[in-house]
Design a protein around this ligand. Sequence first.
Ligand code: CMP
Length: 144
Amino acid sequence: AIEKTFVMVKPDGVQRGLIGEIVSRFERKGLKLVGAKLMSVSQQLAEQHYAEHKERPFFGELVQFITSSPVFAMVWEGENAVSVARTMMGKTNPAESAPGTIRGDFGLTIGMNIIHGSDSPESADREIALWFGNEALSYDKAVD
Ligand code: CMP
């Protein structure tokens, strides 16, 4: 099915100048970019985004990191976009992510692993609503 997925270049990826590389990989794969913005993340947005990890020992560190400098938030659309994007990103732990994946090629530690992508269509819906609200997400129609 045609899906939308939420993908975010984390502060480490932005600081290392990897936005273009990452956008390019998704474009060449054939996914369509339907929303994107460079933005600072508030404490509240970070805590909502990572709500499922609230009880984990690394939660504080995670929120601290994601709010430390701007992220590049995106929505990509296409056939099976959620799982396709996950495959392209590689495993969460860069030690286990295969070469050829984004984390496999550019990441070294689990905390600073460059990129986030929704883990299911349900998460994608929730995350797109959280990060893009009612902003128009489209590439084939003029919007005002
Ligand atoms: P992400 O896909 O953004 O979702 C949750 C994040 O928690 C994950 O990527 C990791 O970057 C981060 N994280 C930090 N420390 C750990 C850890 N010890 N185990 C799992 N995830 C961690």
